[in-house]
Structure formats: C-alpha cells, structure tokens
Design a protein around this ligand. Structure first.
Ligand SMILES: Cc1cc2nc3c(=O)[nH]c(=O)nc-3n(C[C@H](O)[C@H](O)[C@H](O)COP(=O)(O)O)c2cc1C
Length: 215
C-alpha cells in the first residue's frame, strides 16, 4: 500500500522490473535455440496453466494446445510449413528475412511445436470473428510470455493456418476445430533479447476522439 492507501506493484508483491522485462523483450527467437534440449512436460504444463488464465468468451474454455514433439510429426508439419512459405515467395514475390528462412529450414529440429487450437469455427460477421479469435489469441500470447519468462524462445507463426486440412490430417484434429497460431519452441542459447524498435506510446495513442491529443 502506498502512503495514500492505493495499491502499488510492491504492495501486491509484483516484481515490476521482471514483468516489464518479459513484456518488453518477447522477441521472436528462430535461430539462437538449443535444438538438443527437450522442454520438460511439467514446464509446458505450467506455461499452459498460465495461458489459460487469459480471458474466455461466452463459448467457455474451448482452447486446446497440441504439443508436437514426435520427430515424424514435426517433420510432417515442417514440410507443410515450408511448402506454404515457398508458395508465398513464388506467388506473391515475398522476400523473406534470413531468420525466417532459418526457422523454416530447422523447423523439424525444434524441440517442440505448440499448435493453439479452439473448438468451433469463426462466424462470417466481424463481431463474431472478434469474439472468436479474442477468446483464443490472448491465451496464445500468454503462453508465449510464460515460455519467454522461463528462457524458452519461440516465434508467433500463422503460416500453417492456411493449410488447416493438411495439418488436421497429420495431427488427427477433428472437424469443427480451428487451428490458430503455431509456436515453435526451444530453450534460448546465446540469444540476447532486446526491446524492438516501436513507435512511442504518444504517437499511437489518441484521447477522447480519433486523433485527439492529451493536451
Ligand atoms: C499475425 C502474425 C503472423 C505471423 N506469422 C509468422 C510466420 O508464420 N512465420 C514467421 O517466421 N513469422 C511470423 N510472424 C512474425 C513474427 O512472429 C514476429 O512478430 C516478427 O518477426 C517481428 O519480430 P519481433 O517480434 O522479434 O520484433 C507473424 C507475426 C504476426 C503478427
């Protein structure tokens, strides 16, 4: 409690510096990973237990986290991922960063991948989609942060979502389940995670009306 009686991070027992460090350095880690160090199951369960503290919509707890650590399954998923990437480059002339290539090249060697799934299908209208994805993506992001706090690097990837059928076939995902992001994960090895260059809050924040300033 502060002198005025209001709560503070300290009075709540929150180590603000550590929380800020995790939030401020949740960078993608694609290369500087220990490909030979498995992720213990209890660590993954701890992270998923934190992820499921995220907001839930009216649909309830429809999330499912599909962990892929079997070599043959990883190879099958990596093969689909690489095909999508190649297609994007050829069809749309997309130029990839070396780190994106690096991830694709070694995806099958990742200690694990987590495919974040949700029961149901998005509705066609915008409000339904906002509710649908808003009920699952915060959990995926919490998972990424919980992993980051434990020294486990990952990348937010959505490339596979264009191949729902092919992925469902490999992983035996039933009809009526939507796949969202896939997080390839591994313990960081020599990765120095810094803040990304982003616009300052003042430039992306409006007050009381679109474009309004705080003055
Ligand atoms: C919706 C969305 C989908 C993404 N999908 C992929 C992907 O499939 N593969 C990939 O390598 N990066 C993907 N990224 C980019 C990375 O997750 C990351 O945000 C980007 O490389 C910037 O790096 P930084 O977060 O370290 O600043 C995606 C990002 C977003 C927001």
């Amino acid at each position: 409690m502060s002198a005025t009686g209001s709560v503070t991070a300290e009075s709540l027992g929150i180590d603000l510096a550590s929380v800020d460090e995790v939030l401020g350095t949740a960078r993608s880690v694609r290369r500087k990973l220990d490909f030979d160090r498995p992720i213990p199951q209890d660590v993954l369960y701890d992270c998923i237990n934190l992820a499921t503290q995220a907001p839930i919509g009216l649909g309830g707890e429809n999330w499912r986290f599909l962990v892929i650590d079997d070599p043959a399954q990883k190879l099958a998923i990596a093969t689909i991922y690489r095909a999508v990437l190649e297609d994007l480059q050829q069809q749309r002339g997309l130029t990839l960063k070396p780190t994106q290539h690096a991830l694709a090249d070694r995806l099958h060697e990742m200690p694990a991948m987590v495919l974040v799934c949700v029961g149901g299908k998005p509705e066609p209208e915008l409000a339904g989609q906002v509710a649908f994805y808003g009920s699952i993506l915060p959990a995926a992001w919490s998972l990424m942060l919980a992993l980051r706090a434990r020294g486990i690097g990952c990348t937010w990837t959505s490339l596979l979502s264009s191949q729902q059928e092919a992925v469902a076939k490999v992983l035996q995902i039933p009809e009526g389940v939507t796949q969202t992001v896939m997080l390839p994960i591994g313990y960081c090895k020599g990765a120095k995670l810094r803040k990304a260059a982003r616009l300052p809050a003042q430039q992306v924040t409006f007050w009381n009306r679109w474009g309004g300033s705080s003055e």
